[in-house]
Ligand binder design. Structure first.
Ligand code: FES
Length: 126
């Protein structure tokens, strides 16, 4: 098992109380951790796929999270977009509690690779 796929300590469990959220920086990524009123934990990238704005500060209810900027709504367990505002899913991370600590698996952020080949069809010279 590589370090990429192992749980890392994020914080004490008490730092994310029921019906609350908190943000953390880990491996160069901003992570939004949400705990539902039933105590269920979710961890997602703190960036809305709609317009790449910060996601934290939105509303969550019933396993869904609404972005505070334009209201795009996402299913927290899968990241699936529930509105037409964004076709891209929210990035979700594996999160768990272990001995009073919250642990998370966060892969390194992939750098976009340059792929030679020119412009997509319809955008190049005729
Ligand atoms: S940036 Fe989140 S809905 Fe637009």
């Amino acid at each position: 098992m590589t370090e990429e796929n192992t749980y890392q300590l994020l914080c004490d469990s008490s730092e994310v109380e029921e019906s609350s959220e908190a943000t953390f920086e880990i491996k160069g990524r901003s992570i939004l951790v949400i705990r539902s009123d039933q105590g269920e934990l979710f961890a997602v990238e703190n960036k809305c796929p709609h317009a790449n704005e910060q996601l934290s500060g939105g509303r969550f209810r019933g396993g869904y999270y609404a972005c505070p900027h334009h209201g795009a709504r996402y299913e927290l367990s899968t990241g699936k977009s529930m509105t037409n505002l964004s076709t891209k899913p929210l990035i979700c991370f594996d999160v768990r509690e272990n001995g009073g600590k919250i642990e998370i698996i966060v892969p390194k952020k992939e750098k976009k690779k340059f792929v030679p080949g020119g412009a997509p069809p319809g955008f190049g010279p005729m």
